[in-house]
Design a protein around this ligand. Structure first.
Ligand SMILES: [Zn+2]
Ligand SMILES: [Zn+2]
Length: 508
């Protein structure tokens, strides 16, 4: 553009990048002290090549698939025992152990305590750093999480960070593309077919709580996973056996499958309201069985957000717990992704659905695709078939004569004439539906374009005034309109907002 008001002399601009001043130079080494630099260079993912995923998948061979020949060497038998044998023994023991109400309520309560250790602790605090927890809260979550017997914080977060970074690839340890069973429990029962993609957990290795939990993990799972749920029912209401079977063993199975559902069910069931590039999905049922981790489509888009559910009525007890901890001073710096960007994701998906609907419908021919007909030719052809001129377009109404609500006589009266005024209120102000239907009957455009003073709402059918276009469609429309002839340009309009092309106004 060469508009005088937009011309600014170079002197009025200050440089975009200010020259590095001596003060700034002096600040750089101070900001990145040698210890900080060392920390950065020891990050596991510091030297990862740009084509890491593709290169690793191509060059590093996975272990052979599981078969009847190799299953005895390829299964992780300890995990098979935990996943299969323990629940079976638990159910068997339950057949011989009466369940009292106190033990039942305690088991449910203990399920939430240990499950929250995973969701609020392992997942949202340590894997995603979505908030800051005070030291007492960190210890509570580390101890509670140990009771879920899902590995130490460090091991769990290593896998989970790889899951987020390499979602739906072979480097994702619980790759949902390998099937529901695999992403649920298969990946635990099988020796990993390949190493999970590189993910940095150096921040966790510097956490004393994480280190402490890693060091004492075995005693912690014995105490929190089995001893406490046995001792509490024994001490308070004399039900040690019930406590062990229901609050210990069976509660543990429920916690396990609750977490596993985040890797399987949350990548399989529900909607994709924020992005559909990958498998994560949102569903209330998943949220219900995972202590609020079921809004997984949101979570994969905004993993640093302390929430999974963003609406107040959605089920996310983990979010409520973290929020409550903030209120009593145990947690701080709860991270929330900017609302504006969250809504952009939602809008994109809504537009995508609407565009699919739009593309499933039939639309009127574009003026560029219609034959240009002179006034004389229009008059001549309208003697052979019922042609009516409205808004510069010639319509063949032969299939509509008997269906016209006002009767065929009003149509036949307009054949060979310009019925623009009659259509738009001169006789009857037609509905949007009538205008849409009329546009479907276009067979040509009148040479000379639309009459002067014709309003935009008369040329563009209502159904096309808010059409969704890809950005490259808009570019195409703009360039074609600028190079087209006077006649066709007078019918060119933007598909996006229905506004006439610039040169159509020039012709008026
Ligand atoms: Zn996931
Ligand atoms: Zn996550």
């Amino acid at each position: 553009m060469d508009h005088p008001s937009l011309r600014v002399s170079p002197a009025q601009f200050s440089p975009i990048t200010p020259p590095v001043s001596p003060q700034l130079k002096a600040r750089v080494p101070a900001a990145l002290k040698p210890t900080k630099m060392d920390e950065l260079t020891t990050r596991a993912d510091m030297d990862v090549p740009d084509n890491y995923v593709e290169h690793t998948i191509r060059t590093v061979k996975p272990l052979p698939p599981l078969s009847w020949r190799n299953f005895h060497t390829e299964l992780n038998w300890l995990n098979v025992a935990i996943i299969c044998v323990m629940p079976a023994l638990g159910v068997l023991a339950a057949c011989y152990t009466p369940l009292c109400w106190k033990t039942l309520f305690f088991s449910i309560f203990y399920y939430f305590v240990t499950g929250m250790g995973i969701t609020a602790g392992y997942h949202r605090l340590w894997a995603h750093r979505s908030y800051n927890a005070s030291l007492p809260l960190q210890y509570i979550l580390a101890i509670a999480g140990a009771g879920a017997v899902e590995g130490s914080i460090k091991w769990w977060c290593r896998g989970h960070r790889a899951h987020h970074r390499y979602t739906d690839t072979d480097l994702d340890p619980y790759d949902a593309h390998k099937g529901f069973f695999y992403s649920h429990v298969g990946w635990i029962m099988l020796k990993p077919r390949r190493r999970p993609g590189v993910a940095d957990v150096s921040d966790l290795t510097h956490s004393p709580v994480v280190q402490w939990q890693h060091k004492y993990f075995i005693p912690l799972i014995l105490i929190v996973g089995f001893a406490i749920p046995t001792l509490i029912p024994w001490y308070f209401w004399g039900d040690a056996k019930g406590g062990y079977v229901y609050a210990g063993v069976l509660r543990l199975c429920f916690v396990h499958h609750s977490t596993f559902c985040v890797n399987s069910l949350a990548h399989w069931l529900g909607e994709t309201p924020f992005d559909d590039k990958h498998t994560p999905r949102d569903h209330f049922a998943t949220a219900l069985v995972t202590i609020g981790e079921g809004y997984h489509n949101f979570h994969h888009q905004f993993p640093m957000d302390y929430r999974n559910a963003i609406k107040w009525y959605q089920y996310d007890p983990t979010k409520w717990f973290i929020y409550g901890c903030q209120k009593i001073g145990l947690a701080s710096h709860l991270k929330v992704f900017p609302e504006n960007e969250v809504r952009k994701g939602q809008l994109t998906m809504e537009l995508k659905k609407l565009k699919e609907t739009q593309e499933s419908l039939a639309w009127p021919s574009h003026s560029d695709d219609l034959p240009v007909i002179s006034w004389e030719s229009y008059l001549e052809q309208s003697r052979e078939r019922p042609l009516i001129l409205i808004s510069g377009f010639i319509h063949d109404v032969s299939s509509f004569l008997d269906e016209h609500p006002g009767g065929p006589h009003l149509l036949t009266k307009s054949v060979g004439k310009d019925a623009t005024t009659a259509f738009f209120g001169g006789v009857y102000d037609h509905s949007n539906a009538a205008h849409n239907l009329l546009a479907m009957k276009r067979v040509g455009v009148l040479l000379g374009g639309i009459p002067h003073g014709l309003l935009e709402h008369q040329t563009i059918p209502p159904g096309q005034r808010l059409m969704i276009a890809r950005y490259d469609d808009i570019n195409f429309s703009t360039s074609s309109s600028s190079s087209s002839s006077c006649l066709s340009s007078s019918f060119t309009y933007s598909d996006t907002d229905g506004s006439p092309a610039p040169d159509s106004s020039e012709s008026r």
